[in-house]
Design a protein around this ligand. Structure first.
Ligand code: CO
Ligand code: ZN
Length: 327
């Protein structure tokens, strides 16, 4: 699973530009599903046919990043954020545009107010000496993601885009490990989660599943002076109870907890006070869909060093493999 996670996390896929990561996922799953298609907004929907209930599993393909807003006469690029990120996280980072162009992010040093650092005081340096030279590589509106390798150390792994290529890896692994299914399974790799759960909403409206489960990462409270949060990295996947956008449906919550409990797979419960995931959009679509989520605990969310436990990832696959049978 590590090499799959490496391919997925390293792929480019800032919200609205998910083509590269989508092509990669397509290649990984096409021989294992009955059908697949890309919908109008860009979601990848893969189906394993069955005669039972319709179950939708969703993981978002997009990642947070930056978008070029202006290029100055000297070739420096001004930018804005795509998704929720604080400017401090970007200081001293390298980013990569979809065409492979890399840049270094820094801030205006003179009169720098580090406490109130704003994107408007920062820039991307791609090594161009004029606007014309820069525009050969980057145009206004182009997006860039962090440049950050996957590093594995013991059971922990660090990379950009664990949010939510972890969820994508879990779904890909599940697709490859399930041969027969009595329920009809819809594996949905969604677009534009980070900018407002957009792809999941329209995908669920098309599919109208009987139940839906989002697979995403969640915050942890296990780092020095972290905000209070029960979830810990490495203590098992987290069955969502609540976040800012959803109170998980009791049926889905019970299903996930029972599948973990009965098979002696470690799990935790998640109450996330700020933030949400695709389930938030899915459950209030198409007349209402019983929905919940299984979360991979992740430290340093929306940074280049998002950190997860590989054991949690493998246990998420195990729980879902049971859940799609029992649902
Ligand atoms: Co996110
Ligand atoms: Zn996410």
């Amino acid at each position: 699973m590590i090499s799959l996670l490496e391919k997925l996390t390293q792929a480019f896929g800032v919200s609205g530009n998910e083509e590269q990561v989508r092509d990669l996922i397509c290649n990984e799953i096409k021989d294992y599903v009955d059908s697949y298609h890309v919908d109008a907004l860009g979601n990848l929907i893969a189906v394993k046919k069955g005669s039972g209930r319709k179950i939708m599993l969703a993981a978002h393909m997009d990642e947070i990043g930056v978008m070029a807003t202006h290029i100055d006469d000297k070739g420096f690029i001004r930018f804005t954020n795509i998704g929720g990120i604080s400017p401090h996280i970007f200081v001293g980072q390298k980013v990569r545009f979809a065409n492979g162009t890399c840049g270094a992010i820094f801030y205006e040093e003179k009169d720098a107010d580090m406490k109130n650092l704003k994107f408007s005081k920062m820039y991307i340096d791609i090594g161009a000496s004029s606007r014309a030279e820069a525009e050969k590589k980057v145009k206004t509106g182009d997006t860039a993601c962090f440049l950050s390798n996957l590093t594995v150390q013991g059971e922990f792994a660090y990379s950009k885009a664990m949010d939510d290529r972890c969820g994508c890896a879990v779904l890909v692994e599940l697709i490859r490990n399930l041969s027969q299914t009595s329920n009809e399974l819809y594996f949905v790799f969604t677009v534009q989660e980070e900018v407002g759960l957009r792809g999941a909403r329209t995908a669920a409206f098309q599919i109208v599943p009987d139940i839906a489960i989002a697979v995403d990462i969640t915050r942890t409270g296990d780092t020095p002076e972290a905000e209070l949060m029960e979830v810990q990295c490495g203590k098992g996947p987290a069955v969502k109870i609540k976040d800012s956008n959803i109170i998980a449906h009791p049926e889905v919550k019970r299903l996930l907890a029972d599948c973990a409990g009965k098979n002696n797979i470690p799990f935790q419960y998640e109450v996330l006070e700020r933030g949400g995931t695709d389930a938030g959009a899915i459950h209030i679509t198409a007349g209402g869909i019983p929905s919940g989520a299984l979360s991979i605990p992740c430290r340093y969310i929306h940074s280049p060093v998002e950190c997860i436990s590989l054991r949690d990832l493998e246990n998420a696959v195990k729980i879902l493999r049971e859940a799609v049978k029992q649902a």
